[in-house]
Design a protein. Sequence first.
Length: 139
Amino acid sequence: MDSHNKTIAGALLFVGGLQFIVAMIVAEAVYPNYSISGNYISDLGVWSKPSAIIFNPSIVLLGLTIVIGAYFIQREFRLGAITGLFVLAGVGPIGVGLFPENTFLANGVPIIHSIAAIISFVFWRNSRNCLLQNYSASF
Protein backbone atom coordinates (compact mmCIF):
# COMPACT_ATOMS: atom_id res chain seq x y z
CA MET A 1 0.00 0.00 0.00
CA ASP A 2 1.34 3.41 -0.96
CA SER A 3 1.89 5.85 1.84
CA HIS A 4 0.30 9.27 1.57
CA ASN A 5 2.36 10.73 4.39
CA LYS A 6 4.65 12.80 2.18
CA THR A 7 1.65 14.14 0.25
CA ILE A 8 -0.05 15.15 3.49
CA ALA A 9 3.18 16.71 4.82
CA GLY A 10 3.70 18.62 1.60
CA ALA A 11 0.09 19.83 1.54
CA LEU A 12 0.33 21.01 5.16
CA LEU A 13 3.56 22.90 4.52
CA PHE A 14 2.18 24.41 1.30
CA VAL A 15 -1.17 25.47 2.79
CA GLY A 16 0.48 26.77 5.96
CA GLY A 17 2.97 28.83 3.98
CA LEU A 18 0.38 30.10 1.52
CA GLN A 19 -2.09 31.21 4.19
CA PHE A 20 0.74 32.98 6.01
CA ILE A 21 1.87 34.85 2.89
CA VAL A 22 -1.69 35.99 2.14
CA ALA A 23 -2.33 36.97 5.77
CA MET A 24 0.96 38.86 5.95
CA ILE A 25 0.08 40.87 2.83
CA VAL A 26 -3.34 41.71 4.30
CA ALA A 27 -1.74 42.59 7.66
CA GLU A 28 0.72 44.91 5.89
CA ALA A 29 -2.19 46.60 4.14
CA VAL A 30 -4.08 47.33 7.37
CA TYR A 31 -1.04 48.39 9.42
CA PRO A 32 -0.88 52.20 9.42
CA ASN A 33 2.00 53.35 7.18
CA TYR A 34 3.70 49.93 7.17
CA SER A 35 6.89 49.84 5.11
CA ILE A 36 8.69 46.61 4.25
CA SER A 37 11.94 48.56 4.31
CA GLY A 38 11.19 50.58 7.44
CA ASN A 39 9.39 48.11 9.68
CA TYR A 40 10.16 44.67 11.01
CA ILE A 41 7.80 41.86 10.10
CA SER A 42 7.24 41.42 13.84
CA ASP A 43 5.72 44.91 14.00
CA LEU A 44 2.65 43.38 12.36
CA GLY A 45 1.99 41.33 15.52
CA VAL A 46 1.93 44.18 18.04
CA TRP A 47 -1.53 43.99 19.64
CA SER A 48 -2.06 47.75 19.58
CA LYS A 49 -2.03 47.64 15.76
CA PRO A 50 -4.97 46.45 13.63
CA SER A 51 -2.71 43.98 11.82
CA ALA A 52 -2.17 41.85 14.93
CA ILE A 53 -5.56 40.14 14.72
CA ILE A 54 -4.54 38.87 11.27
CA PHE A 55 -0.81 38.31 11.71
CA ASN A 56 -0.62 36.52 15.07
CA PRO A 57 -3.20 33.76 14.41
CA SER A 58 -1.74 33.26 10.95
CA ILE A 59 1.82 32.74 12.15
CA VAL A 60 0.60 30.40 14.91
CA LEU A 61 -1.28 28.42 12.25
CA LEU A 62 1.90 28.34 10.15
CA GLY A 63 3.78 26.87 13.11
CA LEU A 64 1.07 24.29 13.73
CA THR A 65 1.10 23.15 10.11
CA ILE A 66 4.88 22.76 10.28
CA VAL A 67 4.69 20.71 13.49
CA ILE A 68 1.91 18.49 12.12
CA GLY A 69 3.78 18.23 8.82
CA ALA A 70 6.82 17.04 10.80
CA TYR A 71 4.72 14.17 12.14
CA PHE A 72 3.93 13.02 8.61
CA ILE A 73 7.55 13.52 7.51
CA GLN A 74 8.59 11.24 10.37
CA ARG A 75 6.00 8.63 9.40
CA GLU A 76 7.24 8.65 5.80
CA PHE A 77 11.00 8.89 6.19
CA ARG A 78 11.76 7.88 9.82
CA LEU A 79 14.21 10.75 10.25
CA GLY A 80 14.40 11.46 13.96
CA ALA A 81 16.90 14.31 13.84
CA ILE A 82 15.47 16.02 10.78
CA THR A 83 11.96 15.64 12.16
CA GLY A 84 13.17 17.28 15.36
CA LEU A 85 14.46 20.21 13.32
CA PHE A 86 11.05 20.56 11.67
CA VAL A 87 9.30 20.49 15.04
CA LEU A 88 11.57 23.27 16.30
CA ALA A 89 10.97 25.17 13.06
CA GLY A 90 7.25 25.01 13.85
CA VAL A 91 7.57 25.89 17.51
CA GLY A 92 9.34 29.14 16.56
CA PRO A 93 6.42 30.71 14.67
CA ILE A 94 4.01 29.57 17.36
CA GLY A 95 6.14 31.44 19.90
CA VAL A 96 6.33 34.52 17.65
CA GLY A 97 2.52 34.61 17.41
CA LEU A 98 1.87 33.98 21.09
CA PHE A 99 4.52 36.43 22.33
CA PRO A 100 4.54 39.53 20.07
CA GLU A 101 7.55 41.83 20.10
CA ASN A 102 6.01 44.16 22.69
CA THR A 103 5.65 41.47 25.38
CA PHE A 104 8.07 40.19 28.05
CA LEU A 105 10.57 42.99 27.57
CA ALA A 106 13.91 43.05 29.37
CA ASN A 107 15.62 46.42 28.94
CA GLY A 108 13.48 47.01 25.85
CA VAL A 109 14.35 43.64 24.29
CA PRO A 110 11.48 41.20 23.61
CA ILE A 111 13.19 38.12 25.06
CA ILE A 112 10.70 35.34 24.29
CA HIS A 113 9.75 36.80 20.92
CA SER A 114 13.41 37.13 19.90
CA ILE A 115 14.24 33.56 20.89
CA ALA A 116 11.18 32.27 19.01
CA ALA A 117 12.10 34.28 15.90
CA ILE A 118 15.66 32.98 15.94
CA ILE A 119 14.38 29.41 16.33
CA SER A 120 12.05 29.98 13.37
CA PHE A 121 14.72 31.21 11.01
CA VAL A 122 17.55 28.88 12.02
CA PHE A 123 15.63 25.63 12.28
CA TRP A 124 13.41 26.15 9.22
CA ARG A 125 16.43 26.69 7.00
CA ASN A 126 18.36 23.76 8.47
CA SER A 127 15.46 21.30 8.45
CA ARG A 128 14.49 22.17 4.88
CA ASN A 129 18.08 21.93 3.67
CA CYS A 130 18.70 18.57 5.40
CA LEU A 131 15.54 17.07 3.96
CA LEU A 132 16.19 18.34 0.44
CA GLN A 133 19.86 17.34 0.41
CA ASN A 134 19.20 13.81 1.63
CA TYR A 135 15.78 12.95 0.26
CA SER A 136 14.95 15.15 -2.74
CA ALA A 137 14.75 12.09 -5.01
CA SER A 138 11.86 10.82 -2.86
CA PHE A 139 9.73 13.79 -3.84
